[in-house]
Design a protein around this ligand. Structure first.
Ligand code: CUA
Length: 279
């Protein structure tokens, strides 16, 4: 192959790559448009979840223009130089030779976008992990291969003490027999009932490996860690039936680790609670 043929094939290859980058960009935007319509976030059912969604939307609003601009920056110089038949690609000028104002604007835009997203998300994070309101329903959530235990205060009004020292086949959560409150606590497996409009505080822990307590409709996803209890709270604001999931690969039965969540009015919740009480 002589040098002219070589140059011609280089040129075609360059053009091909430029077109490929633009085609990938169009495909990505298309895929995003389809995903938004078909597999978007599950219907929202909590007050605090709105803030989480807003952070997600802000992230998209900030990053999509940067993503599209970066793809054009890759593809256009390639297409232009190859179409003209020059071998020279496009090399951006070093930062020191960039016009001062342009450099300052570029850095400022990045800094502002970064800080805004960080400040926004940290603010919501601190709210989700702040002390729950005084009237919050207190529920202990315990992950175990492969189910969820939920412990309610019941008639006692408070969760009894528990310790790993008391765990036995008849006492899976290790309730302290010396604490009378524990005897009236109500424990369910894979069934979670909540009151619409009433805040709920989940005290999340695990008995064995790391699980993740996931309520997709309420935008709650908290790792359940053995030996630690993490409290996260939210207020359900839409009655209905939802799913509890485990969002951490925790063993062969991981996929079976899911439960039912029912958000209902106070009266229905009270009736259910009554039906769970020990005779
Ligand atoms: Cu527990 Cu996955």
């Amino acid at each position: 192959m002589d040098s002219q043929d070589q140059r011609r094939s280089d040129r075609l290859l360059g053009l091909g790559f430029g077109v490929l980058i633009l085609a990938l960009l169009v495909a990505t935007i298309d895929a995003f448009a389809v995903a938004v319509r078909r597999w978007w976030l599950p219907p929202l059912a909590s007050v605090q979840g709105r803030a989480v969604d807003q952070v997600i939307y802000t992230l998209f609003a900030v990053s999509i223009p940067f993503f599209v601009a970066a793809q054009f920056f890759l593809a256009l110089p390639l297409l232009r130089s190859r179409a003209r038949g020059t071998d020279r690609g496009f090399t951006p000028p070093p930062l020191t030779r960039m016009p001062g104002l342009a450099a300052i604007i570029a850095v400022a835009v990045l800094a502002i976008a970064d800080t805004a997203v960080l400040a926004d998300s940290e603010l919501h994070w601190f709210r989700l992990y702040s002390a729950p309101p005084a009237n919050a329903l207190q529920i202990e959530v315990v992950g175990r291969q492969f189910l969820w235990y939920f412990r309610y205060p019941g008639p006692a009004g408070r969760l009894g003490r528990a310790s790993i020292d008391f765990v036995s086949p008849g006492n899976p959560l290790g309730l302290d027999p010396a604490d009378p409150a524990g005897k009236e606590n109500i424990v369910t497996t894979n069934t979670l009932h909540l009151v619409v409009g009433r805040p709920v505080a989940f005290h999340v822990t695990s008995m064995d490996v790391i699980h993740s307590f996931n309520l997709p409709n309420f935008r709650i996803k908290q790792d359940a860690i053995p030996g630690r209890t993490v409290t996260v709270w939210m207020t359900p604001d839409r009655p209905g039936h939802y799913q509890v999931a485990c969002a951490q690969l925790c063993g062969v039965g991981h996929y079976t680790m899911r439960g039912d969540l029912i958000v209902e009015p106070q009266a229905a919740f009270d009736a259910w609670m009554k039906s769970q009480e020990k005779p």
